[in-house]
Design a protein around this ligand. Structure first.
Ligand code: 3PG
Length: 402
């Protein structure tokens, strides 16, 4: 590993900025956190910093979306999990946040508000420019060490992920350390055929990563599910009505071009399950009509995809294939995970939803590597050095040169 870890630093009495990823699913109807897996993960590094003054920071949601909320709920959940007081500070870079940080004593833990409430955290920067942002200039001077433990957002070049680490000593937290070690190990032994089972709703991110995965020999067969699957089916004109998603035209055009360029790589569902008055109704994709909500894969698709998975050398699954939280629509997700777990391949399960589903079905033990990261992990597998990892590598070089 080319990055430093907590073991490389004296932590006692230090003021530490800990960047985690507590970006949780939020129930749009209630505004409540509906999955706490990432908060649970954050506790490991917080515990390891018990003798320091720890300022925890994270983003939550995207500007304009329903999941764009403050961190108060996270603080309460974190406090319960740790059994220790967490001071929630309703500020990010202002004088209130700064004075609260300066008052801290050893063992204190503060959680600042959603980093994306600060405009700069919604933009990508070079490390040098990120170090010049107001966020890094105002807060950076208050810390002895920056600990980056935000693997699910390692593909973003936001100031909190690449800026502080450019100006103050920086190292990986426990999650990032484990992810990088394990993934380096897996990528050296990964065998073909590489099968990717790809779902999820961040369609633009997915489309960008797919091409790189294929070009770099990391995707021989891509089995599409979820919203990204619908976009490809629309591009095949098998779904005949608009899906009504943001940037649809562009996404469909990209999917069309990808299928033209790599005709043997992509597989889309032949049948699906839709919700009709709360009931599961299975049908051929060609029978779908406008307004039908696709909630799951159909039995023929499950059977076909399972066969492909069973002869894979490496399987990577990201994004739930169906609305598994509803029992009626859980078959696709459960069956795909069972096929992955029972295959002889090296297996990677990615993303918060699938991590919860694995636990629910008691399959976690059979998987080679499980990560709550989604888009970041997809990009990591392409062989790209992610901005946050790059920033940790540079920080290590600077630190060792001293
Ligand atoms: C994720 O959930 O993938 C990360 O938290 C990154 O979130 P983003 O895609 O909104 O940057």
């Amino acid at each position: 590993m080319k990055i430093l870890t907590l073991g490389d630093f004296e932590l006692k009495g230090k003021t530490v900025l800990l960047r985690v990823d507590m970006n949780c699913p939020i129930d749009p109807a209630t505004g409540e956190i509906s999955g706490v897996k990432r908060i649970e993960e954050a506790t490991e590094t917080i515990r390891a910093l018990s003798e320091a003054k720890v300022v925890v920071v994270s983003h939550q949601g995207r500007v304009g979306n329903k999941d764009y909320i403050g961190m108060e709920q996270h603080a309460k959940i974190l406090e319960k999990m740790l059994g220790k007081k967490i001071t929630y500070v309703e500020d990010v870079i202002g004088s209130f946040a700064q004075s609260e940080i300066m008052k801290m004593k050893n063992g204190d833990i503060i959680l600042l508000d959603n980093l994306r409430f600060c405009a700069e955290e919604n933009y990508e920067f070079s490390a040098e420019d990120a170090a010049e942002t107001i966020m890094v200039k105002r807060l950076g001077k208050l810390f002895d060490l920056c600990v980056l433990d935000s693997f699910p957002s390692a593909h973003r070049a936001h100031p909190s992920l690449v800026g502080f680490s450019h100006t103050i000593p920086a190292c990986a937290g426990k999650i990032v350390e484990r992810e990088v070690r394990k993934l380096e190990e897996i990528l050296t032994v990964a065998k073909a055929p590489h099968v990717i089972v790809l779902g999820g709703s961040k369609v633009t991110d997915r489309l960008e990563a797919i091409k790189m995965l294929i070009k770099r020999g990391r995707a021989d067969q891509i089995l599409l599910t979820g919203l990204i699957g619908n976009v490809f089916m629309r591009a095949q004109a098998r779904i005949k009505y608009p899906l009504g998603i943001k940037g649809e035209e562009d996404a469909v055009a990209k999917a069309h071009a990808l299928m033209g360029e790599y005709p043997d790589v992509f597989f889309t569902p032949v049948d699906v399950a839709i919700d009709r008055d709360g009931k599961r109704v299975e049908m051929d994709v060609r029978e779908l009509s406008k307004g039908d909500q696709i909630y799951d894969l159909g039995p023929k698709t499950i059977d076909h995809y399972s066969k492909i998975i069973s002869s894979a050398g490496t399987v990577f699954i990201s994004g739930p294939p169906g609305f598994f939280e509803k029992e009626n629509f859980s078959y696709g997700t459960k069956s795909m995970l069972e096929s992955v777990a029972n295959s002889m391949a090296t297996t990677i399960v990615s993303g918060g939803h699938l991590t919860s589903a694995l636990k629910r079905y008691g399959l976690a033990e059979k998987i080679t590597h499980i990560s709550t990261a989604g888009g970041a992990l997809v990009l990591y597998l392409t062989g790209e050095t992610l901005p946050m990892i790059q920033s940790l590598e540079s920080a290590a070089t600077r630190f060792k040169a001293k």
